[in-house]
Design a protein around this ligand. Structure first.
Ligand code: EPU
Length: 425
């Protein structure tokens, strides 16, 4: 993407449905042989990858024009998630819980490392083992079998894991007896997945707290479910308004999912307020810098599980801090390798040094456009944000990462005055 920087973004951005809810929600529909309809599913390559895998497993899928997807899996035709699917997207691990719960066996390629760190799945596997599954690793595949079905128990996650909690929520919904997930992830996506499962007939209590209790059911039924807005996409566009010293209205958001993040932006000198509600009770939020031309104020942040500062907004926030009036420290506590945007931001003139898991960002007056390389989804968008505020022209290479998680980003930015252009080399 070629980005011509220095133009304040002005206008409205309609926030799409959440990627990180759509992925487990689609996987959860494997738990029933009845139809499930999802509304507000974003068009993203990660969703396409998940649908390809689910189709391979036997799901019938119809995609409609209005971002609704109806699915039905009368029979599971394959219980194996092959390497070719899983290597494209780590979230493929989300089929493990549903497959073992429904078919009593599954074989899922080990995801392996990824750009942002080693990201094991040991916690998913230990939990399923505690529920009575036999697990082995064979030729790079996780083989899980529970010939007598999974049995509920107390699962204590030593660290908070989002997809780990989601896998066990789904598996426990069809297990025998009661499962308690202790130190469960509390992300809004986990809560919404539990809401979907409840709509499908599951008996779940405590989601949103650190202890979730699930009473297993014999079967689940179909549902019609609306995917909530993507809080990370909303947070990203909020930063786009701030870095360009523009003013954006983020339409169809849930303010509460971002209230801590907006508090941090406020400390940095960026204001956000709900200006209206939609007919579906979603929030339209206006975001702009509080002091007009004032420099961004440095803020120190540490990433943490929800409701802490989201690791998925760390790269974008760092882009904002590159132009702060002072020094900010940004600590990445979730993933060990999520600083790959730093050398690229430095190429644009940012002053950042890395000390273990902390980046010290000393603000500069401006960034200056040049060529940069995207390495993962959030890094790629942080470089587009940097390009939007840099002087002159920035070219972000390997931009395809961005299509995994940002629906229609070109059109959304163009509609707000950005000067960008996608091209192939
Ligand atoms: N971990 C383990 N073993 C496990 C599971 C996790 O060591 O079995 C570690 C991870 O390596 C990491 C930490 O636990 O250090 C937390 O990882 P978590 O399991 O919570 O991450 P995830 O479920 O793989 C989801 C999102 C990520 C987001 C993280 C953290 C989805 C599909 N993915 O990943 O989203 O960064 O939670 O909030 O929901 C993104 O959208 O760009 C993205 C990477």
């Amino acid at each position: 993407m070629r980005v011509f920087g220095g133009i304040p973004l002005l206008g409205e951005v309609v926030i799409s449905g959440s990627k990180n809810l759509s992925l487990p929600a689609l996987a959860a529909s494997l738990l029933t042989d009845s139809p499930v309809t999802f509304r507000n599913v974003p068009r993203l390559t990660d969703i396409d990858s998940m649908l390809e895998l689910l189709g391979y497993l036997g799901m019938n899928i119809s995609t409609r024009e209005d971002s609704s997807i109806s699915v039905c899996t009368p029979d599971i035709k394959a219980t194996e998630a092959p390497y070719d699917f899983v290597r494209k997207m780590r979230a493929s691990i989300l089929v493990l819980g549903p497959l073992v719960a429904r078919c009593r066996k599954a074989s899922v390629s080990l995801p392996g490392g990824c750009a942002i760190g080693a990201r094991g799945v040991n916690l998913h596997l230990n939990a399923l083992e505690q529920m009575g599954a036999e697990i082995s690793i064979d030729n790079g595949y996780i083989k899980a079998s529970a010939p007598n079905g999974l049995v509920g128990c107390d699962i204590h996650f030593p660290i908070s894991t989002v997809t780990g909690t989601e896998n066990i929520l789904m598996a426990a919904s069809l297990a025998g007896g009661t499962t308690r997930i202790i130190n469960a992830a509390m992300e809004p996506e986990v809560i919404a997945l539990a809401d979907l499962l409840i709509l499908m007939g599951a008996k779940i209590d405590g989601h949103g707290s650190s202890i979730i209790t699930i009473d297993g059911s014999d079967s689940l039924h179909g549902a019609d479910f609306r995917i909530m807005p993507d809080r990370i996409e909303a947070g990203t566009y909020a930063i786009a308004a701030a870095v360009t010293n523009g003013s954006l209205i983020l339409k169809n958001c849930v303010y509460d999912h971002l209230s801590q993040f907006f508090d941090v932006l406020h400390l940095a000198g960026v204001d956000s307020k709900i200006i209206s509600k939609t007919s579906e009770n979603l929030d339209n939020i206006e975001v702009h810098r509080s002091g007009g031309d004032n420099r961004i104020i440095p803020v120190d942040v540490q990433t943490a599980p929800y409701p802490g500062f989201a690791t998925d907004l760390q790269a974008q926030f760092m882009t904002l801090m590159t132009i702060c009036n002072g020094t900010s420290s940004i600590t990445e506590n979730i993933f060990e390798n999520r600083f790959m945007h730093i050398p690229e931001l430095s190429r644009l003139g940012a002053n950042i040094s890395i000390h273990g898991k902390t980046a010290i960002v000393t603000g500069v007056k401006k960034l200056i456009g040049t060529q940069v390389m995207a390495t993962d989804l959030r890094a790629s968008v942080s470089l587009v944000l940097a390009g939007l505020m840099a002087e002159g022209e920035t070219v972000v290479n390997r931009l395809y990462h961005i299509d995994r998680g940002y629906e229609n980003i070109d059109q959304k930015l163009l509609a707000c005055n950005a000067r960008i252009e996608r091209f192939s080399v």
